[in-house]
Design a protein around this ligand. Structure first.
Ligand code: BES
Ligand code: ZN
Length: 622
């Protein structure tokens, strides 16, 4: 790019940043350049019998265009009962509205017509039992088996299935809520949860910091609290709370470390909610209360980088937010970079490098099968592509890798304050890639004009794949694992002789990932006898071991596979095994279908969607 062009793009990005408002988000029907929701007041009842939230949402509006009279909102499977407008004088007026036919991906556009610009609109509504952003669990699907459980997962575009709103990360608002439930259940939200709240079925919440819609969250269940520090702790079912508090005991240190790098934690408390195993993700950075899968509680803290990750979103994502989902690397890449820095500070360079080696290896494999269009960090507009589908290893691993590249070229003494400055100067704002590039040109590149070239930046931001000049992570401990595996594969020694006593999850993961496509039955039996992979409670190990057994025709693992796929609903952990079963065809495909038929009722809609898509592909191929 020429210097002039560069100056122009920077200027343009700055212009966009300062006029701020008009941004396009293909995944939302909202028109935030005309009117913006500034605050939401929820009044909802949690009804387990009907698997429904029912009540009202008051939307306080900031009108932007003088001639605007319509409020366009996103909804999905909501039943709208009544819409009222509150005038400046305080009177409520019935408003006309229209719900468009549902789009399978984006839901139904709700258009509310007004004769004048009402400052507040009240929508009375109820959710559907199939709401894509909620999961309703029967007591049998919980750890305690006695109480039902409900939780939301709003990212990327599922908030619209439980609140009518402008479901775009380019809009931020504050919210309050009054939630009623069965008095035996505790209700939590991404807001000011009271750690000593009495369970009485009547809860109020306030979120004073403005957040985007995908960070709206709610959960209800038999939940108790255990503190970790003055400002952090865990919520979980009584059966899980102790193990969770022990596993995540380092949380306060993580907060302090992140603060020392990137400035004060701005959300007051940081708590974690441990969900049942059907939670479809590893973690979700709901502000003030990350939602966490129980599958990372493995007893040796080897998977707590997940907490570092969700916590890091309190800066990258929750504070500085991608304005639309094609720029998700601004959330996930920055977060993965920060996560890795925190892991290094707390657990040492060797640990952070092991994690990098594993994620870079995973990305290599993913890229081989991925449309080049989605391999650039700054992705093209999504159009009608599902934003959940573009959240691959590219935004996460390539994104973090790019920031590591900048860190290496400029040195931490320059790069750390730069990144802190990015968070500070864009706090509580939504941003796009052009704005980051402009900020980079303004605040980092001049510190050392020879450190990186425009061509290198372009390779990271706009080109597919990983640039040839990128430095790969290495790890001594994983090199040792490679040697041990190779010796064993070469027949020089038996599995039980490998010194694995102090191996942690990452070493086991790497050991398995380096195996050939298939092994002989004798080899698999030997591994199983030495290491008891089949039936492991560690999902990261199971996720690698079971596909290998399927490809190799090791039928002994099948009952354990079935048990694993029924017990866990975290998509990342179970999809590789489903994929292997479906690809292998025949009896394996049959097993996949049978297991899914049984597991389905316990899966989250996001997970069933992914499994069904794979099974449908297998059907189409027939
Ligand atoms: N924000 C994501 C989860 C997410 C991304 C949900 C996109 C819906 C759409 C969360 O912070 C995350 O990245 N979770 C990871 C764990 C992390 C350690 C890589 C996960 O769930 O696997
Ligand atoms: Zn994340």
């Amino acid at each position: 790019m020429s210097r002039l062009l560069l100056a122009l793009t920077s200027l343009f990005a700055i212009a966009v940043a300062s006029t701020a408002q008009a941004r396009v988000d293909d995944s939302s029907y909202a028109e935030p350049d005309r009117v913006r929701v500034a605050d939401i007041g929820l009044d909802l009842r949690v009804d387990f019998e009907n698997k429904q939230l029912r009540g009202s949402a008051d939307l306080r509006l900031n009108w932007i265009a003088d001639d605007a009279r319509d409020l366009v909102l996103d909804t999905r499977d909501l039943t709208i009962e009544k819409v009222l407008g509150k005038s400046v004088e305080g009177g409520w007026h019935r408003l006309n509205w229209e719900l468009a036919d549902a789009d399978p991906l984006f839901g139904s556009r709700l258009t509310i017509h007004m004769s004048r610009q009402y400052p507040i609109v009240r929508i009375r509504y109820q959710t559907s039992p199939q709401a894509s952003g909620l999961q309703w669990l029967t007591p049998e699907m919980t750890a305690g088996k006695k109480s039902p459980f409900m939780f939301s997962q709003s990212q990327a575009i599922h908030a619209r299935s439980w609140v009518p709103l402008q479901d775009t990360p380019s809009v931020r608002y504050t919210y309050s809520a009054h939630i009623e439930s069965d008095p035996s259940l505790m209700v939590l939200m991404s807001a000011d949860n009271q750690t000593d709240a009495t369970r009485d079925g009547d809860y109020v919440f306030r979120m004073r910091q403005p957040i985007p819609s995908y960070l709206m969250a709610i959960a209800a269940g038999d939940l108790v609290f255990q503190p970790i520090s003055e400002r952090s702790g865990v919520w979980a079912e009584p059966a899980t709370i102790e193990a969770a508090a022990v596993e995540f005991a380092d949380t306060e240190k993580m907060i302090a470390t992140t603060e020392s790098l990137y400035g004060p934690y701005r959300w007051e408390r940081y708590d974690m909610l441990i969900l049942p195993p059907s939670f479809p993700y590893g973690g979700m950075e709901n502000p003030r209360i990350s939602f966490i899968t129980p599958t990372v509680i493995v007893g040796d803290k080897s998977l707590v980088s997940l907490i570092a990750h969700e916590l890091a979103h309190s800066w990258s994502g929750n504070l500085v937010t991608n304005a639309s989902w094609n720029d998700i690397w601004l959330n996930e890449g920055f977060t993965s970079y920060v996560e890795n820095r925190v892991v290094e500070a707390l657990y040492g360079k060797e640990q952070s490098q092991m994690e990098d080696v594993i994620s870079q290896h995973g990305l290599d494999l993913e890229l081989k099968e991925m449309n080049p269009k989605w391999q650039a960090l700054a992705m093209p507009a999504l159009g009608t592509t599902d934003p959940d589908e573009v959240s691959s290893g590219v935004p996460y691993v390539k994104g973090a890798w790019f920031l590591q590249f900048l860190e290496q070229r400029f040195g931490r003494e320059v790069f750390d304050p730069f990144l802190r400055g990015w968070f500070d100067s864009h706090a509580f704002q939504s941003v796009n890639s052009a704005e980051f590039v402009a900020y980079l040109h303004e605040n980092l590149l001049p510190k050392n004009p020879k450190a990186v070239t425009e061509k290198e930046l372009d390779a990271w931001l706009n080109q597919p794949g990983i640039p040839k000049f990128a430095k790969r992570a290495t790890s001594e401990r994983l090199d040792a694992v490679d040697k041990a595996r190779q010796r064993w594969l070469d027949g020089k020694g038996v599995a039980s002789d490998i010194k694995t006593a102090d191996w942690i999850t990452q070493e086991w993961v790497h050991f398995l990932e380096g195996m050939p496509e298939t092994l002989s039955n004798a080899q698999l039996v030997e591994l199983d006898q030495a290491f008891h992979f089949t039936g492991t409670r560690n999902g990261e190990i199971a996720q690698r071991w079971y596909p290998l057994t399927v490809r190799s025709g090791y039928f002994e693992a099948r009952p354990a596979i079935a048990e694993f796929l029924k017990r866990i609903g975290r998509r990342k952990l179970i999809m590789p095994t489903y994929r292997a079963l479906i690809e292998a065809g025949g009896d394996n495909l049959k097993l996949a279908r049978e297991v899914y038929a049984e597991a389905k009722a316990g899966y989250h809609p996001i997970t069933s969607g992914s499994v069904e898509a794979l099974l449908a592909k297998a059907d189409a191929a027939k």
